[in-house]
Design a protein around this ligand. Structure first.
Ligand code: HXC
Length: 513
């Protein structure tokens, strides 16, 4: 046979993965194949495969008779919106996408190239875990990947898409990456599956309930984004990457064709209710400040009392962190602190300026919070903001009480510009509680304690339930009208464009983990 023909035949053979039958089974489950996924993920005809003919070297348990070119993972590079990315896509049709020594080496090669060339890595995960027939070399292969995930953290963006099983220690590679996207109904992640759970804890639980996309989006926070199917997941990756730089030395790309519907300037001042005890949706405020349709919420279903996500201002990426009065009155608790901290650190690592909207009544009280470590966990958010060197602006819309005021990107922890709306209340605590403590004796001895309490509450509120005491001390930089917010934050970030701040020399900090 002609040698060129032989190559073409070998290529075609490799593209069949585990064979037609297994591909049909994959499709019947609503899943695409590893190669179909790469085709949808990358720009047309941009994929260049590396290691197409790599095969495993194992001979145990009849594996020498089960060789598939590529060994269950398709690896290579290509472009998304014209920008270089590295990708690996596990092929479930080949030995269940299980990870062998050579399968791991192929992934490591891609990660090494990504690090050397400063471009994101995208992992499409669909695997039965360690290749059972190979034993310990497979485990070492996982550890090789974990090591690289950790080394790459904060250097290049790493995105994991879970499009099938991801179980056992295999979960720790996605967990070490920046964002996880899980496909509804066809993906699951857990350290131990339902059978082991039943044996050890006697709990009966389905794979979906234990570790499905929804479970991890709502309960554990492991999953950042739910996708309705494979196509949706890959579209989400393409979109997300437009908000990120290629690596920690670069800035995110600027979008030229942004729009802003100026009618939102009339709406923004009407969002807050007259009664300061009533909730409102902070996402409406965010929408009235940023470029049209530019908000991409991260962790939408987890710790809803804080909202985090990417957005754009005049085409430039920013990270938004906002208390959400619609959920638990916007209070900070353990989950909200962890969620906020992780997002702030991603933005800081990748030169994405931070815009904070603050309406926080304080930290959530209770034994549950204290015993589960609100102290350590709240400190995570504090640490993340204090450590961040990117441009940072805060807008206080309403409440800014107690320690939560300090934590939510206050000037004292390094924020660059802090604004407050006229509705802002900046104080140690709410007027009712404050009056009860500092006027305790007067209230107790008054003829009518209840009306005395009300009188003192009003006195305290008049003194502190406004932004002007803080403005007098320079604790905030200005009081602005809601409709001025967009212009102020755009001007602020422009002014801060060349900001340079260096952290003290250290090996690394010790964030309260
Ligand atoms: C080798 C595997 C495999 C594995 C699946 N296969 N998992 N081969 N090693 N880990 C093979 C099957 O033999 C089968 O081969 C094909 O893949 C498809 O598997 P099915 O079971 O038919 O598919 P399905 O019914 O969809 O079930 C998928 C599954 C199940 C839930 C993933 O296969 C499963 O439970 N696999 C084992 C999972 C596991 O225990 N992995 C080890 C975890 S420990 P044929 O030839 O029939 O197509 C681990 C440690 C990592 O990963 C530690 C890192 C630190």
């Amino acid at each position: 046979m002609d040698k060129n023909q032989e190559l073409i035949r070998k290529r075609e053979n490799s593209k069949l993965g585990g064979g037609k039958e297994r591909i049909e089974k994959q499709h019947a489950q609503g899943k695409l194949t590893a190669r179909e996924r790469i085709t949808l993920l990358l720009d047309e005809d941009s994929f260049h495969e590396i290691g197409q003919f790599v095969e495993h070297r194992s001979t145990s348990f009849g594996l020498d008779k089960q060789k598939f070119p590529g060994d269950g993972v398709v690896t290579g590079y290509g472009t998304i919106h014209g920008r270089l990315v590295y990708v690996y896509s596990q092929d479930f049709t080949v030995l269940g996408g299980s990870l062998s020594e050579t399968h791991a080496a192929k992934i490591c090669r891609i990660m090494d190239l990504a690090m050397q060339n400063g471009a994101p890595v995208i992992g499409l995960n669909d695997s039965g875990g360690a290749r059972i027939q190979e034993g310990v070399v497979s485990l070492a292969g996982y550890a090789d990947i974990f090591y690289r995930n950790t080394r790459a953290s904060g250097v290049i963006p790493q995105l994991s898409v879970i499009m099938g099983p991801c179980a056992g220690g295999a979960v720790y590679s996605p967990a070490l990456t920046d964002f996880i996207i899980m496909v509804e109904d066809t993906s699951f992640m857990f350290v131990t599956g339902p059978n082991v759970v039943k044996t050890v804890t006697h709990e009966e639980v389905s794979s979906e309930d234990l570790g499905g996309a929804k479970t991890h989006a709502e309960k554990s926070g492991v999953n950042h984004f739910i996708a309705s199917n494979d196509v949706d997941a890959l579209k989400k990756v393409r979109d997300l990457l437009t908000f990120m730089p290629q690596n920690c030395e670069e800035l995110a790309p600027q979008i030229e064709n942004f729009t802003f519907n100026t009618s939102k300037l009339d709406t923004i001042g009407k969002i807050l209710p007259d009664n300061n005890q009533m909730p409102y949706d902070i996402k409406k405020v965010i929408d009235c400040v940023i470029d049209d349709d530019s908000f991409r919420e991260v962790h939408e279903d987890y710790a809803k009392n804080i909202v985090v996500g990417f957005a754009r201002l005049e085409g430039r990426t920013i990270g938004v962190v906002a208390n959400q009065p619609m959920s638990l009155a916007g209070v900070l608790d353990i989950e909200a602190s962890k969620k906020g901290a992780r997002f702030v650190r991603f933005c800081d690592a990748f030169n994405i300026p931070l815009l904070v909207f603050e309406d926080v009544p304080g930290f959530l009280p209770g034994t549950d919070q204290e015993w589960n470590g609100i102290i350590t966990n709240g400190a995570k958010l504090l640490y993340a903001f204090a450590e961040a060197t990117v441009p940072r602006i805060t807008v206080i819309t309403r409440k800014a009480y107690g320690g939560a005021f300090d934590v939510m990107n206050s000037k004292s922890i390094g924020s660059d510009l802090n604004y407050a709306w006229p509705t802002a209340e900046i104080a140690v605590m709410g007027a009712k509680g404050a009056a009860e403590i500092i006027f305790k004796r007067e209230i107790k001895t008054a003829e009518n304690p209840q009306s005395k309490w009300l009188e003192k509450e009003k006195e305290y509120a008049e003194m502190f339930a406004n932004p002007y005491r803080a403005a007098e001390r320079g604790i905030i930089d200005d009081v602005i009208l809601p409709e001025e917010t967009r212009a102020k934050v755009i001007a602020g970030f422009k002014m801060l464009e060349k900001k340079t701040t260096t952290l003290p020399k250290k090996k690394h900090g010790n964030i309260p983990l």
